[in-house]
Design a protein around this ligand. Structure first.
Ligand SMILES: Cc1cc2nc3c(=O)[nH]c(=O)nc-3n(C[C@H](O)[C@H](O)[C@H](O)COP(=O)(O)O)c2cc1C
Length: 169
């Protein structure tokens, strides 16, 4: 799949089949995250966590009232190092580049995905679960990607459905 096709075809999927994702696909997706640009090249400020144990994914979901992982068999969490009490703007932006690289690679490999931030607020307060999934000390989960196969066939998208107001000056 061409890069442009993957960009247009990527869409938030919120209904995943139970079918597992091959570890080779997940490794490619993780590699795409590694290839992303991050501010000042400070890759040590980020941490990736691949979850394929659905009982662990369910524990995160049960912390969160309204933001599930939609039955995805795999979730990748991008965590960033705190600067003082919180994560800096550059780290948030950089986490976005990491997650988008991974989402596009998932699309290019015929997989569906959904960027999820909502579940991470509750997770960030669950110190036991953070320890159980080995988030390093002083790191906070900032964005995540649900990955899997869609329950319904995805609509083929040839161009973006969104319109960001744009000036050309
Ligand atoms: C930073 C960020 C946070 C998001 N958090 C959630 C979320 O918690 N739950 C969810 O269902 N979708 C979430 N999304 C998905 C967006 O709602 C979705 O990407 C957007 O509506 C555009 O639709 P599209 O991805 O199909 O193009 C998030 C997306 C981004 C970029």
């Amino acid at each position: 799949m061409s890069m442009q096709k993957a960009i247009n075809q990527r869409q938030a999927v919120r209904d995943f089949a139970a079918r597992k994702v091959a570890s080779s696909d997940l490794d490619e997706i993780l590699d795409a995250g590694q290839a992303a640009p991050v501010g000042m090249g400070e890759y040590e400020k980020f941490h990736l966590t691949l979850l394929t144990d659905t009982s662990v994914i369910s524990r995160i979901e049960s912390d969160s009232v309204s933001t599930p992982y939609y039955g995805a068999p795999a979730v990748i969490i991008v965590s960033a190092q705190k600067q003082g009490a919180s994560v800096g703007a550059m780290e948030y932006v950089s986490a976005g580049t990491i997650v988008e690289n991974m989402a596009l690679t998932a699309t290019a490999r015929g997989l569906a995905s959904c960027v999820i931030m909502g579940a991470l607020g509750p997770l960030s307060k669950d110190t036991q679960l953070l320890a159980d999934i080995q988030i390093p000390q002083n790191f906070v989960p900032v964005i995540s990607l649900a990955v899997g196969y869609p329950n319904k066939p995805q609509v083929t998208l040839e161009k973006s459905r969104h319109e960001i107001e744009t000036d050309k000056i």
